[in-house]
Design a protein around this ligand. Structure first.
Ligand code: IPE
Ligand code: IPE
Ligand code: MG
Length: 280
């Protein structure tokens, strides 16, 4: 059975109501936080919090796919997380391996395309191999694009992009005047993903922890008090209802938006400044 076939009618009704709001996000990004606290509160080892967190991943992936969301990006492991105790890092890598082995068939059957961002070279060999196989197998799927941020950090990706841009300038492939928002974005690992419309963080923490620093520029932020292992589809629905009621102004005024007025500048501010300097 596919995810759409197994859905119960009450859940379908809620989703239809949400979809009827008309402006669901295209891209949802999630900082999955609070696994350790969930375990600690039960006097379990931290790893059991991560295990339970995988159940939340399953439910959120499924619900997003059923809702017709195009992109879901999950922060699963940061570069800074390598500094955690060895046994926790090892346990997380094992869980990741297990998840990839166990879920691939179901993801594929449900038309999910798997993608990853981060410093993949630091991951264990077996995980790298599984990721590669999963991405290859699901490459032509047209449903949800599920991106796992693994050994990822926003600054790392930005610095990496700057290095490659510098090399391309040195080779004469681009000139410094060519550098604008769009070109810069095309050097990031997220180049094929639209910017997230909403960033959800669980467990009440109000920080980005080095996630998608460039891409989140105009993303709406939703903080849930629930710890990640308790964050299931109802919490996602709450975040999405909240999102659909917001006004995204992108620096403009409410009345401009209401009148449907379009911006009169065609070029980015940066390009106009560069052009002005060039001509002076
Ligand atoms: C998030 O949960 C999962 C990862 C960072 C891998 P945490 O492990 O950070 O849980 P808390 O924040 O300690 O509760
Ligand atoms: C952010 O959570 C990273 C992931 C969810 C993978 P952390 O728990 O590592 O973040 P901090 O240390 O509390 O900022
Ligand atoms: Mg945490």
């Amino acid at each position: 059975m596919t995810w759409n076939e197994e859905q119960n009618s009450k859940d379908k009704e809620i989703q239809e109501h949400l979809i009827a709001q008309g402006n669901l996000p295209k891209h949802i990004a999630v900082i999955m936080d609070g696994n350790g606290r969930w375990a600690l509160a039960r006097q379990f080892a931290r790893i059991s919090g991560h295990k339970e967190g995988i159940e939340s991943v399953r439910d959120i992936v499924k619900a997003s796919s059923q809702l017709g969301i195009k992109y879901l990006t999950l922060y699963a492991f940061s570069i800074e997380n390598w500094n955690r105790p060895l046994n926790e890092v090892g346990g997380l890598m094992k869980l990741l391996e297990h998840y990839l082995r166990q879920e691939l068939d179901e993801l594929h059957k449900n038309n999910v395309r798997l993608f990853t961002i981060g410093k993949v070279s630091s991951l264990p060999k077996v995980v790298k191999k599984l990721l590669h196989e999963a991405m290859e197998r699901t490459a032509n799927n047209t449903g949800l694009t599920l991106t796992l941020a693994l050994s990822y950090s926003g600054r790392w990706d930005i610095v990496r992009a700057v290095q490659i841009i510098s090399l391309d300038v040195r080779r004469g492939k681009i000139s410094p005047e060519d550098i604008n928002d769009e070109l810069f974005s095309s050097y990031l690992q997220t180049r094929d993903l639209p910017d997230p419309d909403i960033l959800i963080r669980s467990s009440g923490e109000m920080r980005l922890s080095n996630f998608l620093l460039w891409e989140i520029a105009y993303g709406e932020i939703f903080i849930s008090q629930k710890l990640w292992p308790e964050f299931r589809r109802d919490e996602l629905y709450e975040a999405l209802y909240n999102y659909t009621s917001r006004e995204r102004r992108f620096g403009r005024t409410s009345s401009q938006l209401a009148s449907g007025e379009t911006p009169d500048r065609k070029d980015s501010y940066f390009k106009r400044v560069v052009d002005a300097l060039k001509n002076s």
